[in-house]
Write a protein that binds this ligand. Structure first.
Ligand code: IMP
Ligand code: MG
Length: 173
């Protein structure tokens, strides 16, 4: 098999857009401390770049989840395979994720974290596929809206590969 990857979003555009998002977040949360909650594993490159470009103090923690969506039911379930290291009660929390696709995972994670009584909870994603949404979910900060194509790079994988690509690419086989 010969795998070819077409560039959908070049590295320069991604870094520029993440800088803009970091500036927007730094302005919004000026004078506060925020906790960035990355969803493993896909969020790590976006989270690292975002955190380094933000100009306010941030803390960083991670969660991992497997979602069990059902084709026939409207509500999926999510299994937390790695939880946060500490309480988020009273904290300004920003969930950081690589992509919103159907929205199921982030919908359930958001509901779960709200129950822990953070001072605020927002959602920042690098990519958004609006055409694929199954549940109502709007990210507060979106890097790029993309068409319904399977993408890799910046943390996004195909069979655990290509997460390290510094651009967003579409696999052509
Ligand atoms: P959903 O929004 O609950 O459907 O799940 C989104 C998750 O599916 C993301 O966190 C990714 O791990 C994965 N995913 C969705 N679309 C893509 C893609 O185009 N490439 C790689 N992973 C994807
Ligand atoms: Mg993911």
């Amino acid at each position: 098999m010969n795998t070819k990857i077409d560039v959908l979003i070049p590295e320069e555009d991604i870094r520029k857009r993440i800088s803009e998002m970091a500036a927007e977040l730094s302005e919004k949360y000026k004078g506060e401390e925020v906790l960035l909650v990355g969803i493993l594993t896909g969020s790590v490159f976006f989270l690292a770049e975002l955190a380094q470009k933000m100009t306010i103090p941030v803390e960083i923690d991670f969660m991992a989840a497997s979602s069990y969506g059902s084709g026939t039911e409207s509500s999926g379930r999510v299994l937390i395979t790695k939880d946060l290291a500490r309480s988020i009660e009273g904290d300004h929390v920003i969930i950081v994720e690589d992509i919103v696709d159907t929205g199921q995972t982030l919908h359930l994670l958001t509901e779960m974290l709200i129950e822990r009584n953070p001072a605020s909870l927002e959602l920042a994603v690098l990519l958004n596929k609006p055409s694929r949404r199954k549940v109502c979910l709007d990210a507060d900060y979106v890097g790029f809206d993309i068409p319904d194509a399977f993408v890799v790079g910046w943390g996004l994988d195909y069979d655990q590969k290509y997460r390290d690509l510094p651009y967003i690419g579409v696999i052509k086989e």
